[in-house]
Write a protein that binds this ligand. Structure first.
Ligand code: DGL
Length: 268
């Protein structure tokens, strides 16, 4: 069983790619919707919430956990990996979304200017910048936080002209810098993928973050048979949320494109 954690519903865009690239596994998706969004919260708070999510998913017998949330990957993952796991879950692992995305960018030696757009927590952590620089110190990295996008998407306003205007405003500084590649560093942004591509034009490659993370997970599973995460004939996905299951179902249809059945509410 593979655990997928997000602050709420956005991580379903990542799960969608997992189900496409790695369809033969059982998954548990856990969305902490009652405490979302994480993007405006402090590091301590995000770390505390993420630890609880990790406890929950390991208690559900997940053999590996993927933190789909960029804000949690940026603000909590390193501490989880370096301090929490060795002490509480030796031999287990939790992965995030930042390494796969920066590796994808850094492997293209023609790329010199990179744009990153994300929540405030993600951008202020500088996690993408730090990791990109480790792989290629010559990269020029331009970042922008876009705190209004998550609520607009959750409100179903993705196709509204107001949202396009706001998106344009957020992307403008990156466009002016002529970034060659853009990392949409937030689980919700794939919903705006087309709009982002249109604004950035053909001159900028917009990463399909879910697909990159899914391919990287595929490689990881191949390289780490010791986790014994078996493929199954009739895979299932169980959903858990800390908030209302009705809203989760409606939003899940939008993010995942399928009707989801097995949703349970949990209190942490
Ligand atoms: N899942 C979050 C992320 O990827 C976006 C929503 C939030 O702020 O909690 O950063």
């Amino acid at each position: 069983m593979i655990g997928v954690f997000d602050s709420g519903l956005g991580g379903l865009t990542v799960l969608k790619s997992f189900l496409r690239v790695l369809p033969s596994y059982n998954y548990i998706y856990f969305g902490d919707s009652a405490r979302a969004p994480y993007g405006g919260r402090s590091q301590d708070t995000i770390y505390g919430y993420t630890k609880e999510a990790v406890d929950f998913l390991f208690a559900k017998r997940c053999k590996l956990i993927i933190i789909a949330c960029n804000s949690a990957s940026a603000q909590a993952l390193r501490k989880i990996q370096q301090e929490y796991l060795p002490q509480k879950y030796p031999g287990k692992n939790v992965l995030g979304v930042i390494s796969p995305l920066v590796e994808e960018v850094a492997q293209d030696k023609n790329i010199k200017r990179v744009g990153v757009i994300g929540t405030r927590a993600t951008i202020e952590s500088d996690a993408y910048k730090i990791e990109l620089k480790k792989l290629n110190p010559d990269l020029e990295i331009f970042q922008t936080s876009a705190p209004l996008l998550v609520p607009l998407i959750e409100e179903g306003w993705s196709r509204q002209p107001e949202t396009k205007k706001i998106l344009k405003k957020y992307l403008r500084p990156l466009k002016v810098k002529q970034v060659q590649i853009l990392i949409p560093a937030c689980t919700h942004y794939p919903i705006l993928y087309k709009e982002i591509k249109n604004i950035m034009t053909k001159r900028c490659n917009v990463l399909n973050s879910g697909e990159v993370v899914a391919q990287s997970l595929k490689d990881y599973l191949e390289r780490h048979p010791e986790y014994k995460i078996n493929k199954v004939k009739n895979p299932v996905v169980n959903f858990f949320t800390t908030d209302d299951t009705k809203r989760f179902r409606v939003m899940a249809k939008k993010f995942l494109d399928v009707d989801v059945e097995k949703i349970k509410k949990v209190c942490l």
